[in-house]
Every structure is written in structure tokens, then in C-alpha cells.
Design a protein around this ligand. Structure first.
Ligand code: FES
Ligand code: MG
Length: 603
């Protein structure tokens, strides 16, 4: 270790780079290292400790984030794993995003968290990082940032919460938040009962216990090869979760010795195809489509045919829905874990998967599957929520991509979560809401002209229109129809919906209503909207000339009101992060990332 101060020793001669990273900061490299050691030794580290590979642990604990409440124990276990494997673990914070405490919406802050993650990984002398996250936007943000930073990344999610119980029936956030709220709105349950349910919906630490966005992203991490199989499903409060954390620490030390495990090398087109196969097979969250597009567009070196929304749809046509979890089905994440979890699922999917894709262990996905023990009841048996590939829950295409004059850039729908399947091929008159405020004002108006066959169209909740693209796409059933027993209607918007929600809901319409050339932005009450999932069509029955005329008329109006410049950009100067956001966010089809953060970004 004393050779670190020997001016004739080249500092890059060691395996573990550690404190030698980016040594130009303070004049000569030896002095830079000397100075860094001065300060890190104030924390009590020895020369021996500092000569080890340094594993950064990204700490996203916050007292506002119950989904991350177990992070202190997880960090302790990761550190144990790092130290047992001969590394030095050093944790550091980044921002923490909880779905309910990230106003106006967590998606607004996802890109900020990704920048925080990327820059702190780059700024600090870490050889690899363990990214601890879990709540919906945190895994995508960490993967986007980690992929751009391109040091080895190992994901550790906090894990799903346990289900609660009401009147002897299991309930869980947040599918049952919505179901029960809808019952309360319709007058089927009273105020005492909804209050009792409120106490039980999130009964432990951890992420939402259904196949919402958090669980979906966790499963996708396994599909990408960035997390061990059990990592996606072990409950937040289980000892298994802590053992996974310990193993992740050890794996991180090993990953520092293999340059092929940097994310831009490890993640190939095949890795992303596997991720899409997983997404379709679990009937995952529609949000994951936006996140996957953002992640893919961060990758500077993907070869082969570009992966777009069309790829998500095309892959889905050959992938059946195999996991019976809410909101598409009935179970909770604990059921999935007890059914063998991702290993059981991936064994069923084996004929479809790209088995040669590399994983962070240094073994291929196929090799990992060969090594994984077979746990849980036999897939397809009554005790398992995993179906056989040969007798799926839904034949294919849980998530579909629709296109047509209403969504030239695409729109996404979770067809498997539709309640009334007849709505998957539907034609009805639009009832248009100009934004979230307009919707709140009028949706329960007894005089609203709406029937069960109407199409509820919500404008201006896209990335630019309502910065962050809130999860308002699940337009509620108008109260007067809900009271008549209507549980599902065709809904169309440029927003998102919670991964824990269900219904016949078309989301992420691109270009969004706030963009001057958007067709969604000029749809009017009474226009006939056509949704045909079989043909993947989303159209509005108005002529091209009429569309052009309406768009021109709207553009003139927006210019007159001083909202748009003649060039089509926003006219007002908006300060701060919000300004950065609306000036730079791209459309949902590209991931709603900032243009300057994409691999193609920059000048
Ligand atoms: Fe954090 Fe659902 S609120 S995962
Ligand atoms: Mg969610």
C-alpha cells in the first residue's frame, strides 16, 4: 500500500481502481490520491480497507418512503456480503421517490433521480454499485442513470409487502385500494368499512404487493440479468430478502473483476427482448413500457434492429400471460414467490427466451436457469399462480400497442386487464375532458351526457401537458353509471395509469394533446372513436381535412393566447426544474426522458 505514495509507481497498475478513479482533480495524480486518502481516513478507514474494490451502495431511504423502510437492514446485509467477499462497502444517498409523496407525480422526478444517480456514480470513486430501490420510479431511474454511468450495477429491490386482511379476505395495495374505492363511490360499502380497509391495504414495509409497476420492474431486472431470480419476489420483510442482499454484496465484488459486466456491454438487444417477454408473460404494468423505452434509448451501443413500441407489440404476440396476479388476475406477490417466482416462470418461458444473454453473475441466463433449484408447487397445479406455457391464462399480447390517426406515435393498453372484453373492439362517441381539473369538475355531474357506450377521452395529462404525465389515465366511471353497475368503459388519454389498476384503458397516446400537431388535442364531444385491439387500431372518425383544419385553428388560438410561439415551442420562460422538464422531455413512445440524456442526445 505504501507504493501509492511512491512517485515512480503508475497508479493504474492495480485491479481494484477504487480511489484511483479520475485522478486528475488536484494536479498530479499521486497528490490527488494522497489528498483523497487524507479525507476518507477521517472516517477511520485503514490502508488495507482502502486497497480493496470499493462497492458503492446507493441508499434511497427516506422516512417519507414506506416502500423503502427496510433499507437500513438491507444495507447492513449488503455490506456484510461485500466485506465477506473482500471488498469495501461505502454507502451514499440519492433522492428517494415514493409514489404518494412526490407531488405533482413521481414520474416528474424520475429523470431527476436518474441524473442524481448517474452523476453520483460517476463522481465518486466506486468500482461497482448496488442500487437499492423498489418503489415504482426508483428502479427505472436507477437503471437509466446506472446504464449511462456504465460502471457495473447490481440491483437490489426492497421487495413486495405482505397482503393485509379484511373480513377474512386478503387485500393489498393498490389494486384493492381502487376496487374498494370504486365500491365506496358506488355506495356499495359505507364509510366505516372503507376506513377499516384503509388500515389494512399496506400492512408492512415494501412495495405494492400486486403486479404493479414496482413488481413489474423487479421482474424485468431479472429478465435483463441484473438481479438474481429470487430477488424479484422475496417479501420485503423476509429473511430470504436479507440473504439476497448479502449475496448481492458479494456479487458486486466479483463484478469489479469482469469488464464485460458493465451495463453497456452486458445489456444487449437480446437482454431487452427477454425483458419484454417477461413483461408480457406477467401482464406487467403499462408504465414499464415507458420506462423500458427510456432505458433502451439510454444505451449507446445496441446493435440489430432498433427496439421500439412496435417490438413490444410484436414480441407480445408470441408470449402468453402466465402469472395469475392482480390486477390481471387474482394473486399477490407472496403467492408468486411461493410458486417458485421468476425461476418457475422463466423455465416455462425457456423456449421463447434468448438464453445466451449475459447476467451480472458472469453466467448466461440459460446457465443460471440450469443452476436454479426447482422450488414451489408444479406450474399449472392448483397451488401455483404460474401457468404452463401450454395452458396460459391469456393466449398472448397482455400489453398491446395501438396506432391510427388518433395515435400516430402509438398508444399502449393492457388488454389482459380489460373487464368487459367486448370493449376491446368498440366504437363509440367521445366525451372529452380538457384536462384533470375539467374531469374532476364534470365527471360526476348528473347532467353529463354519457352512456356506458361512450368513450371517455382525457386530454392534456401527457409528459408536457401535465408535467410528469400523471397516473390519471384511469378515468373513473361517471358516478351515475357506476351506481347502475357499470364497471368498465373504454377510456383514452395521453397519461399513464397505475400498474395496479385495471379496465379497458388506452394510455400514452402520442403525440400528446399539449403538442400543437396532436390529434388527441382536437377531438371533440361526439366524435366517433374506434378501438380495435385485434387490428391494433385507435382511430377517430373524422376526415384528414377536418383534422388539419382543427389543428390549424387550435394552433392560431394558442398563439393568440401567448401559449405557443410561431415555431410551436412554449412562449413563457418557465424557471427551475419545471422549465428544464417541459423544454426537454420527449414523448411517451421514447420513454418521456430528457432528450439531452438519451444516447442520441447532446447537441
Ligand atoms: Fe411504492 Fe406502490 S407505492 S410500490
Ligand atoms: Mg404505482
Amino acid at each position: 500500500a505504501s507504493s501509492d505514495y511512491d512517485l515512480s509507481t503508475p497508479l493504474d497498475s492495480k485491479d481494484a481502481v477504487g480511489l484511483r478513479q479520475g485522478l486528475a482533480s488536484y494536479g498530479d495524480p499521486h497528490f490527488s490520491l494522497f489528498l483523497r486518502k487524507v479525507f476518507i481516513k477521517a472516517l477511520g478507514y485503514s490502508e488495507d480497507a482502502l486497497s480493496r474494490p470499493i462497492i458503492g451502495i446507493v441508499n434511497t431511504y427516506s422516512s417519507f418512503n414506506p416502500c423503502h423502510a427496510n433499507i437500513p437492514q438491507l444495507m447492513e446485509a449488503v455490506k456484510r456480503g461485500v466485506h465477506l467477499a473482500g471488498g469495501l462497502a461505502i454507502d451514499f444517498p440519492t433522492i428517494s421517490l415514493h409514489e404518494s409523496f412526490s407531488s405533482p407525480t413521481s414520474m416528474y422526478l424520475r429523470n431527476l433521480m436518474s441524473m442524481d444517480t448517474e452523476e453520483m456514480i460517476l463522481a465518486q470513486p466506486v468500482d461497482a454499485v448496488v442500487l437499492i430501490g423498489g418503489c415504482d420510479k426508483t428502479v427505472p431511474a436507477q437503471l437509466m442513470g446506472g446504464l449511462s454511468a456504465n460502471k457495473p450495477i447490481l440491483h437490489l429491490v426492497t421487495g413486495p409487502m405482505m397482503p393485509g386482511s379484511h373480513n377474512g379476505v386478503r387485500i393489498g395495495a393498490c389494486t384493492d385500494c381502487r376496487n374498494n374505492w370504486a365500491k365506496f363511490r358506488a355506495g356499495a360499502i359505507d364509510i366505516e368499512e372503507i376506513a377499516a380497509i384503509n388500515e389494512e391495504l399496506a400492512p408492512t414495509a415494501g412495495t405494492c404487493g400486486v403486479m404493479g409497476t414496482a413488481s413489474t420492474m423487479a421482474a424485468i431486472l431479472v429478465g435483463l440479468g441484473l438481479m438474481p431470480f429470487a430477488g424479484a419476489t422475496a417479501p420485503a420483510v423476509s429473511s430470504a430478502r436479507l440473504r439476497i442482499a448479502e449475496a448481492t454484496g458479494a456479487n458486486a465484488v466479483a463484478a469489479t473483476r469482469n469488464a464485460g459486466l458493465r451495463p453497456q456491454t452486458l445489456l444487449t438487444r437480446d437482454s431487452f427482448i427477454n425483458a419484454i417477454i417477461v413483461l408480457q408473460a406477467i401482464g406487467g404494468s403499462t408504465n414499464a413500457v415507458v420506462h423500458l423505452m427510456a432505458i433502451i434509448n439510454r444505451h449507446p451501443g445496441l446493435t440489430g434492429e432498433p427496439i421500439t413500441l412496435n417490438t413490444v407489440d410484436a414480441v407480445g404476440r408470441n408470449v402468453p400471460l402466465l402469472v395469475d396476479l392482480k390486477p390481471s388476475g387474482d394473486g399477490y406477490m407472496t403467492d408468486f414467490h411461493n410458486s417458485g417466482g421468476m425461476a418457475a416462470l422463466l423455465r416455462q418461458l425457456r423456449p421463447l427466451l434468448k438464453l445466451n444473454a449475459m447476467t451480472i453473475s458472469g453466467r448466461t441466463l440459460g446457465e443460471e436457469l440450469d443452476l436454479a433449484p426447482t422450488l414451489g408447487p408444479a406450474p399449472g397445479s392448483p397451488n401455483s399462480v404460474v401457468s404452463l406455457l401450454t395452458s396460459p391464462l391469456y393466449p398472448a399480447s397482455a400489453l398491446v400497442v395501438l396506432r391510427g390517426n388518433l395515435a400516430p406515435g402509438g398508444a399502449v393498453m393492457k388488454a389482459s386487464a380489460s373487464k368487459y372484453r367486448r370493449l376491446l373492439n368498440h366504437r363509440g362517441p367521445a366525451v372529452v375532458f380538457a384536462g384533470a381539473a375539467d374531469l374532476a369538475r364534470r365527471i360526476d355531474d348528473p347532467d353529463l351526457r354519457v352512456t356506458a357506450d361512450s368513450v371517455l377521452v382525457l386530454q392534456n395529462i401527457g409528459p408536457v401537458g401535465h408535467p410528469g404525465m400523471p397516473e390519471a389515465g384511469l378515468v373513473p366511471i361517471p358516478r351515475k353509471l357506476a351506481a347502475q353497475g357499470v364497471e368498465d368503459m373504454l377510456r383514452v388519454s395521453d397519461g399513464r395509469m397505475s400498474g395496479t389498476a385495471g379496465g379497458t384503458v388506452v394510455l400514452h397516446v402520442s403525440p400528446e394533446a399539449a403538442v400543437a400537431e396532436s390529434v388527441l388535442g382536437v377531438v371533440k364531444d361526439g366524435d366517433i372513436v374506434i378501438c380495435d385491439v385485434e387490428r391494433r387500431v385507435l382511430e377517430v372518425e373524422i376526415s384528414e381535412d377536418e383534422i388539419k383544419r382543427r389543428i390549424e385553428e387550435r394552433r392560431r388560438k394558442l398563439e393568440e393566447e401567448g401559449v405557443l410561439t410561431k415555431e410551436g415551442g412554449p412562449a413563457r420562460r418557465i424557471r427551475g426544474y419545471r422549465g428544464l422538464y417541459v423544454r426537454n422531455v420527449n414523448q411517451a413512445e421514447k420513454g418521456a426522458d430528457f432528450d439531452f440524456l438519451t444516447a442520441a442526445g447532446g447537441l
